[in-house]
Design a protein around this ligand. Sequence first.
Ligand code: PXG
Length: 464
Amino acid sequence: MKKITNNTPTAELQALDAAHHMHPFTAAAALAKKGARVITRAEGVWLTDSEGHRILDAMSGLWCVNIGYGRDTLADVAAQQIRELPYYNTFFQTSHVPAIALAAKLAEMAPGDLNHVFFAGSGSEANDTNLRLVRQYWHAKGKPTKQIVISRKNAYHGSTMAGMSLGGMAGMHAQGGIIPGIHHINQPNWWVEGGDMDPEEFGVARAQELEAAILELGEENVAAFIGEPVMGAGGVIVAPDSYWPEIQRICDKYEILLIADEVICGFGRTGNMFGSQTVGIRPHIMTIAKGLSSGYAPIGASLVCDEVANVVGEAGDFNHGYTYSGHPVAAAVALENLRILEEENIVDHVKNDIGPYLAELWHSLGDHPMVGETKIVGLMASLALTPNKATRAPFKTAPGVVGYRCREKCFGNDLIMRHVGDRMIIAPPLVLTRAEADELIKRARKSLDECYADLVKDGMFEAP
Ligand code: PXG
């Protein structure tokens, strides 16, 4: 077979892709007709595709390339580690330096007494670990009936069976069902579900659904609550300020474990090192991945508090683990990524410079005729598209039709801004500069304008 490279013609790459590569979350037949966009290289916040377009990546890949593309030292560290020790496992009472060093570093960085790290290959795997961990914890505590984990509709916790079941994505649940022992309450999405309540009142009401669920399921049956500090894949849904303090109160009152899924929020995304710090919660377990290595190597982990780690650790073997738990190359890359994150004060850049700068620009999009709510926390942000800002009405078309059209305009303007239903979302690399933020907003506004003009032309936008 002939060698396939960045210089292979796009049509050939697309044909091979369609013939042999099954894509995640993709309608294969539709993609085969259209042809995938082939990304060939990247630098900073900029992607290049096989047609030579320079694209502003306002999604950091898939919410992960926090320190930006093209970091040579990560390549050097990976090459060095592959030469020295490309693989060894962490089972059977063995360990290795990259896993030891990364675990110690994470314990130092994590808030509270999250002093213990269980490594995984991804966020999904880490959430599988968490489900097994909390159940084993309560078993070891002599409360084996405490097995149910409460989560939220529209949450994203991964795509493995446990991750998908913990998540609250109806479209995923519809394909094969979910595993037992997981219960979903409503999400704190005021824009869509707040009705006549004011946001803070709504936040408390939605948090109190946790209390109602615990009482209904029986306190003796509930192991944990899991939530993303800011819901990412669900559309950058920012809970009202009243929400998380009430969730914390309820977890404390009923002594259920709190799992913060920080796969997106972790490592600076929200303007603090962890999203839990931004929303003021004290989790017993954190799920981390993505920004842990800025996507340069696949790695995830569970950060675990003293109490849970000690109880599980004293109960005998925890019969769980992955071939690549603590993979030396991934761990070495993650360590170098964290070194850069700290050395370049990137979290401070988000909190005090580019975050507030982008926030002002982002909110300015609220004057667009099609934009309702504008939300931004650190460098994750969303726009609710609506035909009527006052009533927060949805479009008459099925959810996502308008969002998809808007995303296509963004693609056309060489901007990666995604849609979730009729919400537009961004999560750019944390190293975004002010000039790049200006460019991002310019392209976003142009795309909104073009989408709006088309909707008006097609009779799909009914002004109030
Ligand atoms: N938790 C959260 C909060 C996530 O966002 C995962 C767990 C799973 O991580 P892995 O590494 O197993 O993918 C995620 C992943 C999207 C999208 O469309 C988001 C994710 C993954 C794929 C698509 O926004 N987040």
